[in-house]
Each structure stands twice: as C-alpha cells, then as structure tokens.
Design a protein around this ligand. Structure first.
Ligand SMILES: [Zn+2]
Length: 450
C-alpha cells in the first residue's frame, strides 16, 4: 500500500514538471506581437452616424478595431506607419444586408434540385457566395433561411478564418406551416425530402407546441436569429403571398421562445393581415412587407418593428429568372406583389416606419446586393438615408450596433471605399473598390499598393 502511493506521488511530480516545460523539439513560446496599427486617410468620410460627410479625416485602426477617427490636421501619422491612402475616395462603414440566403443560387429555380442535390452542394455554393458578398462591400449579413444548419456552419468557418466572408447572423431553416411557403408543395405524398425526420427538418411546425419545439431545437444547434413564415410566398407553389400562415397565437409563441433564448425573430410577411399579426405577436422585423397598409405602418411604428423591404429583386425575377426557368405561377405572383411593394416602401418610409436594408440575395446573384440602393432612392429615400438603412439601422436590427454599422472608436474596423460620391450617385456603391474587415484588407483596387 505504501509503495503504491509513493509511486503515484513520484509520478505526479514528474507529470507536473513535464507539463511546465516546453515539449522536446518545440520552440519556446514567443510573446504575442503588438496588434498592428493602420492609418486610413479618408478624402471624404461618411461614418454612418448622420447624413453628412466630413473631408480629410484619418481613421486609426489597431488590431481589428477602430481606435480613433479625427480630422487629418489633428492626427499624427508616424513616419514609416502603414497608411491606406483613400484621400481621393469616399470612405464608409462596411455595408450590412439583413436578408440574404447564402446557400441559394439565382441561376436555377427548379424544385427538382431539392431532391437531386445533397446539402453539401448548397454549402459549396455558399462559400463562393460569401466571398462575393464580402468583396462587394457587405462586411455583415443576416442569413434568413438555409438548410439546417448551413448558415451556422458557414458563420463558424468564417469566424475561424477557414474561408473568407462577411460576419454572419445566422438563422436556421425558415419555420413554416404544413403546406406553407417553406414546405415542398404539389409533389406526390409519397415523395419527401427529409434529412432529420425526427425533428421535422427543423422547419415545419403546426401548433404552439411544435413551434416551441422547433425554435428550441434551432437554438440548440446554434442559430443567432429565428425566421418564421407568416404568410404565403412568391417563389413557393400552391400558396398565396397575401394569405396569413400561422395563427396569431402561433406567432406569439415563436416570438416568446426566441426572445426567451435571447434571439431576435424575423417574419416573412407579404400579406396585409399576416404583417399585422406578426407585429402584434412581437416579431422584430417584417421581411418583404409588400402589402402593408396604413394600420400596419402605424403598428410597426408603435412597436418599433423594422421593415426590411427587398425592392430590387423584382426586376431580376421578371427578367433573368424567367430565362432560368422560373415557373409561370411564381412569375404571376411576382407581378402581383412587386409593383405594390415598391409603392408601399415609399409610403411606409415617408410615414416614418423604421427601415433596414435587406435584399433577398440568392433570389438574384450574390454580390449584386448594392443594386438595391438605386431603387431605395428612386422610391423616396435620400442616398444618405438609404446608406444608413444598410449601416447604422441594419446594425441596430441585427443586434450588433456596438460592433458594426458606424465608423467610431471601439467598433470593428469594417471599412469600405468608393471613388465616386455615393451621396450624389448612390450607384457608386455598386463598385466598391476597397474592403477592410476587422482591420484586414480583403479587397483593394483603389488605395494603391499597401
Ligand atoms: Zn428570403
């Protein structure tokens, strides 16, 4: 007995000494280098906090965050420092798209791919789409619907530095009623696509109990936000965009569960009644909001609900998408909804509803996100207001206002630049020439050699 414990005592000492020494052959740990400092010279700066630009500013970036923003005269740039010269450009906060589907492709619409493809094909496409989105100047996105749990995995892979892409606020699959916008309708009952039958694919839920279960399951697997389908849709079959899906009680249960878990919840809603149900149920943003009426606008203002109205993609759907084989039923639905959505966007904005930028990327090609700015200006916003919808307001909606959305000390150094003046011509944002995410330059065609 005594010898036994002595043996253990000796072994313990040996092990603790071994643990405190560097392993044989490994270099001794080097001290972590001081975070890199970069000085960005901005000819014009739109920082996202207001509607104005300031000229000749310097942004000091230390590591992945902004240390200071000040007039060039007040900033001392040490000799030999790393300087990004954007003195001929307009510098803005990284843009934010609150409604994307990074796993979706805009070059095919046939539902047969739901049966032919494995989820990995969506994932490979998503890696390509993430990079295109980032290079277009969108340094943050909210993904509001993909296969389980593609957006979560993509978010994690980007955060690990494995693949390039924007910061992602990830949802799971959109939650749908049986036969609703998120279900695969009009196929034989013998046909089904199901990866996780025991969890009903984390998507289809009927009744309050199933909704609570699906929301909890999505939270369990790491989503940042819940997406629910409160009305029919345009690109689904056998349902009407105007018709409510889910009862008020069901939507309320979803919002309660999401909020209890510290998550926000977004509702897809085209139809007038479904929009009101969702707002009254406590949902944080209404996606599409196509047929919103005065009462819906009043309720949105009263409840502080954001409207995320995707008013660019109509042109793509009624053009290229038809070429790519979009079925007639969906074309007709888009024709019905698209024009009204644009009119209602203008009316809702002028009535004072909160608006955040969201485009439904994936319905049209990823990387073209900035094309929507032109339409937002055409339908009532000033360029500055449209840009703020995609920066400070979007950051507020996605719950990341302390990190992104404006160029201020303490925020992530998510910075973009364009050579033309976007406050004169908002289409300048369709050609972003410089992108920095978290202090790292990911694209530069205008700042000269760094
Ligand atoms: Zn969508």
């Amino acid at each position: 007995m005594k010898r036994f414990s002595l043996f253990f005592f000796t072994a313990l000492i040996f092990l603790s000494i071994a643990a405190s020494l560097p392993a044989y052959g490994q270099p001794s740990p080097t001290p972590t280098p001081a975070p890199k400092t970069v000085y960005i010279r901005a000819g014009h700066l739109f920082d996202g906090t207001g509607d104005k630009t300031r000229d000749n500013m310097v942004i000091v970036v230390v590591g992945d965050r902004i240390q200071s923003v000040s007039p060039a005269g007040a900033a001392s740039v040490p000799a030999g420092a790393m300087v990004v010269d954007l003195s001929h450009a307009t510098v803005l906060p990284g843009l934010i798209d609150c409604h994307t589907h990074l796993g979706s492709r805009a070059d095919r619409y046939d539902e047969i791919y739901s049966f032919k493809d494995t989820p990995f094909q969506s994932a490979f496409a998503a890696v390509v789409h993430a990079r295109k989105t980032l290079e277009a100047g969108f340094t943050s996105v909210r993904d509001v619907g993909s296969l389980p749990f593609l957006a979560v995995d993509l978010r994690n892979s980007i955060n690990e530095g494995l693949v390039p892409g924007p910061r992602i606020v990830a949802s799971g699959p959109p939650i749908s009623i049986t036969g609703g916008h998120g279900d695969l309708n009009n196929f034989s009952p013998q046909t089904r696509v199901s990866m996780f039958p025991e969890e009903r694919d984390f998507a289809i839920a009927d009744g309050v109990d199933q909704i609570r279960h699906v929301v909890r399951s999505q939270v369990k697997y790491g989503v940042d936000v819940i997406k629910i389908l409160a009305t029919g849709g345009v690109l689904s079959k056998g349902d009407s965009p105007g018709a409510p899906q889910f009862t008020f009680e069901e939507l309320k249960a979803a919002a309660e569960e999401a909020h209890m878990a510290g998550r926000k919840i977004a509702a897809h809603a085209h139809g007038t009644q479904g929009i009101k149900n969702a707002i009254l149920a406590g949902i944080d943003s209404i996606e599409h909001a196509s047929l919103i009426d005065d009462e819906g606008i009043r309720l949105a203002k009263e409840h502080g609900t954001y409207l995320v109205m995707d008013i660019y993609n109509d042109d793509y759907i009624l053009g290229k998408a038809i070429e790519f084989g979009l079925p007639k039923e969906n074309v007709e639905k888009e024709k019905m909804v698209g024009r009204l959505q644009r009119e209602n966007f203008e009316h809702a904005f002028k009535s004072g509803a909160k608006m955040a930028f969201g485009t439904d990327a994936g319905v049209y090609p990823h990387g073209d996100n900035a094309k929507q700015f032109f339409y937002m200006v055409k339908f009532g916003m000033s360029p500055a207001q449209a840009i703020r919808a995609a920066t400070s307001s979007a950051a507020d909606l996605i719950g990341r206002a302390k990190d992104v959305g404006t160029l201020e000390a303490g925020k992530f150094a998510d910075v973009i630049a364009v050579t033309d003046d976007p406050l004169q011509n908002v289409r300048a944002l369709e050609n972003v020439g410089f992108v920095m995410k978290g202090g790292v330059v990911v694209k530069n065609v205008i700042a000269g050699k760094l």
